[in-house]
Design a protein around this ligand. Sequence first.
Ligand code: SAM
Length: 437
Amino acid sequence: MDIRNFAFELYRQSLDSAADGRRKELPEELSAHDRAFVLRLVQTTLRRQEFFKKIAARYGARKISARPDAAQTALLLGMAEILYFDTPDYAAVNSYVALAKKKSGRFAGGFVNAVLRKICSDAKELSALTPLPFFPPAFRKMLTGSLTKTEIDAVERASLTEPPLDITARENPEDLCAALGGTLLANGSIRLTNAGSVRALPGYEKGAWWVQDFSASLPVISLGDVKGKTALDVCAAPGGKTAQLLAKGARVTALDISAARLQTLAENLARLRLTAENVVAADALKFLPTAPKFDIVLLDAPCSADGTLRRHPEIVHTRTAADVAGAVPLQQKLLTAAAEAVKPGGTLLYAVCSMCRAEGEEQIRRFLKNRKDFAVAPVSATDICPFAPGEAEPLLTKDGFIRCRPDIGAGMDGFFAARLTRGADITVEEKTDTYYN
Ligand SMILES: C[S@@+](CC[C@H](N)C(=O)[O-])C[C@H]1O[C@@H](n2cnc3c(N)ncnc32)[C@H](O)[C@@H]1O
């Protein structure tokens, strides 16, 4: 079995499918060892693509395009294996020359051979360099306007290596943390480094925990005690936040437009021994206008997902400002529709795994301008990080929103969340004065 061929295919699929969120699967027959090798090779290459382009140019390779062609893909994967893996140089060069020939002909093999041999000669020096840039110009441009240049540089540096694995415990995070040998984070998440295969970790089969980044766990934690409350999770699949609500005792209706993703949600909840009151496959824009009212409505809206770039490095090569602009109108419609399902006195929780203000702060500002009956319920440090409130301070904006970035603290996904309450007597002037001046 040619595992480098799987890496080649997965790499190209990652760059093609990132925009539409299709899942990238490796064949079942791949052993756990080979699977881990392929995934690490592809992720490393995606994280180093811009850096490798710069190096390849130094060695006389023609310009590598944003979507590398077959020969360029073989070259990039070969560079990653030579610089960051233990494979003997001759074996790596031979493998990628053969791969390039198979995919693109004899000439491509010659090109890959010439460049990789030079890389081998200078491998010690090259592998010791800080592998920047990570972000291509279009991705930087997308973040400009939301983050300063210094912040973009910091996010880029903080995202250069594989992140640790964060998990949320169904109950007793301290005990589980001790059993797993992890670190208990300020919000109660457990952080594991070099975790290996998720399914092989203790407690997976018994449903004692689920994978969820530190930042993604914060919105539901900010709700405090939800026991017995009714909650509508408008964009629920694959179910990380639904599971949190259920574990805290809420009565949850989980809604999603994607039946396939809801199937994953159902499998996840079954493993966790958690049960939603209702699971609904529907377009929220059709469901919400006639929906009953809930104590809590959570809208974890579809977005550019740029905040997940540490675990999905293909995102930096595929997302542009056009993706943000494309996501905003649907988020706006979903927010307007979701508001209708909130009981008076209830809570509307809006979240996106995006670092762009257009998908976060600006959505909420626009919404509040039009909805006199909603106001921000500012999130406090103890709301989200009861185990160490001091660590939450950098995550809270002056308006009381949650704003996470990979370069903050010990690292986390980029994320935004706003907690809003529905009342009846709040004027536009009051809201503007309180939260936006
Ligand atoms: C960010 S993901 C949700 C993640 C989920 N809340 C969690 O914590 O695991 C966004 C979800 O929105 C769903 N979605 C997109 N458009 C929708 C619509 N019009 N109605 C309902 N769900 C929608 C997608 O299928 C996707 O599962």
